[in-house]
Design a protein around this ligand. Structure first.
Ligand SMILES: [Mg+2]
Ligand SMILES: [Zn+2]
Length: 209
């Protein structure tokens, strides 16, 4: 489901950075569903990180699971309002997203868009003419990393949000990934590595921020 889509007439395929929302751009805590736009709290480095990624030429696309809708904790229009509010706050701080895509379904609905299912990324790739082979995904959960792995996106795992607890819970699949302490560290790592061709699959480098 699309909460926001920036139109642009550029015909050339562009790489993107796909961004998880909760625990990546904004504060998140276990068992808590953000249902009120006024309670949205960005990490202090979020604007700077997004401005950097944007300057590097990446489209910025948020892909977020919002099962609070499917679970009945909030309405679809409340979820959309939170995403619109997020975009307004980002624009005020010079950090504009190209799109916000969210899955409103609960885990039992077996939809095609709840991460790690690829629906949101596929929809965005089509709408924005994205070059997935040179794109990244940044998130704080195993489901984000599984989605990136399935679509062969380069991926960065964050220790912010649920990152530290996910690392304890799923050390096997997570510890060999590129791990950064937060979004700004991830953006700086992408800046250093973004000209490296993706061809010739090297095993993931173990990095600790
Ligand atoms: Mg998250
Ligand atoms: Zn869904």
């Amino acid at each position: 489901m699309i909460a926001y889509l920036k139109k642009n007439g550029d015909k050339a395929k562009k790489p993107a950075v796909f961004l998880d929302r909760d625990g990546t751009l904004i504060h998140d805590r276990p068992g808590y569903y953000l249902t009120d736009p006024a309670k949205l709290r960005f990490y202090r480095h979020t604007f700077k990180a997004l401005r950097l990624l944007s300057r590097l030429g990446y489209r910025l696309i948020v892909v977020t699971n919002q099962s609070g809708v499917g679970r009945g904790y909030m309405t679809l229009s409340a979820a959309a309002a939170i995403n619109r509010r997020m975009q307004r706050d980002l624009v005020k701080n010079g950090a504009m997203l190209d799109g916000i895509y969210f899955c409103p379904h609960g885990p039992a609905e077996s939809c095609a868009c709840r991460k790690p299912a690829p629906g949101l990324v596929r929809e965005a790739a089509k709408n924005h003419r994205l070059d997935l082979g040179n794109s990244y995904l940044i998130g704080d959960k195993l489901s984000d990393m599984r989605l990136a792995g399935a679509l062969k996106l380069r991926r960065v795992f964050l220790k912010s949000g649920h990152g530290r607890s996910q690392l304890k819970k799923y050390p096997g699949p997570l510890k060999s990934l590129v791990i950064k302490k937060d979004l700004l560290a991830a953006a700086r790592w992408i800046k250093k590595s973004h000209k490296t061709p993706v061809t010739g699959h090297k095993p993931a480098k173990i990095e600790r921020a």
